[in-house]
Design a protein around this ligand. Structure first.
Ligand code: UGA
Length: 440
């Protein structure tokens, strides 16, 4: 099938390459000429394990092209929208890019010989957006479906080609819904053949499935971080607690890792946008707990500075702090809303001498000249002379680093494990004063 994908960020570029991997002929469109050039040459503009391989294979096979020209979408049967929905100052989602994408698509829709032609929204949007967009595209004869994406950075290709479920938000008109569903089934045939659940619903429910899933995940993380505070106060261990409650299937083990909290381009903005939309709908109180989820997430980052003060004394000025990690999570170079970078900035603000190391995000930071901290290329360099080591992102390089070697490099043996991921006993055995989150 001929497909187009509008927006070539983490979501769109991975979706485009994955659809080509399924055998479709795909054109990706983005307004960023530099990104388009890189992608066209089979080069990933961001760090995502496994992505470049799939990208290059399909670019080389001639199934996958990228352009800045919207006219290239004409004639494709399905057009996916994967542009960003960042956060406005009010907390609400900024739909500028979604609206601009639809506007730019309109003149090129209705030119496909195969019927029906589908526009499939994948971006995370406030509930009600799909119904509004459906009206704008109706005159072109194309049908809108809402087909949210649940991929995680770091596992993006796998999550796209082997998802937990597929969600189709279909139009109210039954005939339109049936034929749109058949087209999407054709697109995703190889995935559906793996017996993946395919759930069919209306637009509003599909939009809400996506945002409520992220709200639930954020709540789970803040729940365990709240338990971490209780554990700290009561002298208990949150990792043992999480392991024990997680064995109850109804609770589940995953997303119960206490630490310096959730960051990235999705969870933080999505809970705020969800709250803002609920306020607009007059049911803001129903989501009042999300403000608390946000507050706990913010507080846990700042608690690291308190721990540092207990270790080094009230005045952190001139103390050398090695922050391991800058990306919001391992296997990514994404630093949007990154807890570890926030920490680095907070220590720098307190006049500590901060050194940051990150295997993927480090080179991006190194190119900047406006940072209040230093960037190093190696872990050794970061640790040398440190009064305090802070693990902010649990890259494997950090969690497997030999604590005995670290002990030789640092000035003072203090470590704060912001992700509860270091082998605690080994660090202690190497002479470090160890503090985790909720593991007093
Ligand atoms: C998240 C969701 O997990 C995806 O399902 C969703 O599709 C995506 O947002 C999106 O809306 O596009 P992602 O932002 O890639 O994916 O990252 P996560 O793996 O969810 O991690 C988010 C943050 O939570 C990270 O900073 C991570 O370190 C933190 N986290 C995660 C914890 O602090 N504890 C945990 O137990 C798990």
């Amino acid at each position: 099938m001929r497909l187009s994908v509008i927006g070539c960020g983490y979501l769109g570029a991975v979706h485009a390459a994955s659809m080509a991997e399924l055998g479709h002929t795909v054109v990706g469109v983005d307004v960023d000429a530099h990104k388009v050039e890189l992608l066209s040459r089979g080069m990933a503009p961001f760090f995502e394990p496994g992505f470049e391989e799939v990208l290059r294979r399909n670019v080389d096979a001639g199934r996958l092209t990228f352009t800045t020209d919207y006219a290239a979408i004409a004639g494709a049967q399905v057009h996916f929208i994967g542009v960003g929905t960042p956060q406005l100052d009010t907390g609400a989602a900024d739909l500028t890019y979604v609206d601009a994408a639809v506007e730019a698509m309109l003149p090129h829709l209705g030119k496909c010989a195969d019927r029906p032609e589908i526009v499939a929204g994948k971006s995370t949007v406030p509930v009600g957006t799909a119904a509004r967009l459906a009206e704008s595209i109706a005159p072109t004869g194309a049908t809108l479906v809402w087909n949210p994406e649940f991929l995680r950075e770091g596992f993006a290709v796998k999550d796209t080609l082997d998802p937990d479920r597929m969600v189709y938000g279909l139009p109210a008109d039954e005939d339109a819904a049936v034929s749109a569903q058949a087209v999407l089934d054709d697109v995703y045939r190889p995935i559906l053949e793996k017996n993946k659940p395919r759930l069919v619903m209306d637009y509003a429910t599909a939009e809400l499935v996506k945002i409520s899933a992220n709200a639930f995940l954020a709540t789970k993380i803040s729940f365990i971080n709240a338990m971490a505070q209780i554990c700290d106060a009561a002298g208990a261990d949150v990792t043992a607690l999480a392991g024990a409650i997680g064995l109850d299937d109804r609770i589940g083990k995953r997303f119960l890792r206490a630490g310096i909290g959730f960051g990235g381009g999705c969870l933080p903005k999505d809970i705020r946008a969800f709250q803002a939309r609920a306020d607009e709908l007059g049911v803001g109180r129903a989501l009042g707990f999300l403000a608390e989820v946000d507050r706990i997430n913010d507080a846990v980052r700042h608690s690291v500075v308190d721990t540092a003060r207990r270790m080094l004394g009230e005045d952190l000025a001139g103390r050398r702090v090695a922050v391991l990690g800058a990306a919001f999570k391992p296997d990514s170079d994404d630093m949007r809303n990154s807890p570890s970078l926030d920490l680095a900035a907070e220590f720098a603000e307190l006049s500590a001498s901060v050194v940051v190391m990150d295997p993927a995000a480090g080179p991006i930071l190194a190119a900047r000249t406006d940072l209040p901290y230093q960037i190093t290329e190696s872990i050794e360099e970061a640790l040398t002379g440190a009064d305090l080591v802070v693990l902010g992102t649990e890259w494997k390089q950090f969690t497997t680093f030999d604590p005995a070697r670290a002990a030789e490099l640092v000035s003072r043996r203090n470590v704060i494990d912001g992700r509860n991921s270091l082998p605690r006993e080994a660090w202690k055995a190497a002479g470090f004063t160890y503090a985790g989150i909720g593991r007093r």
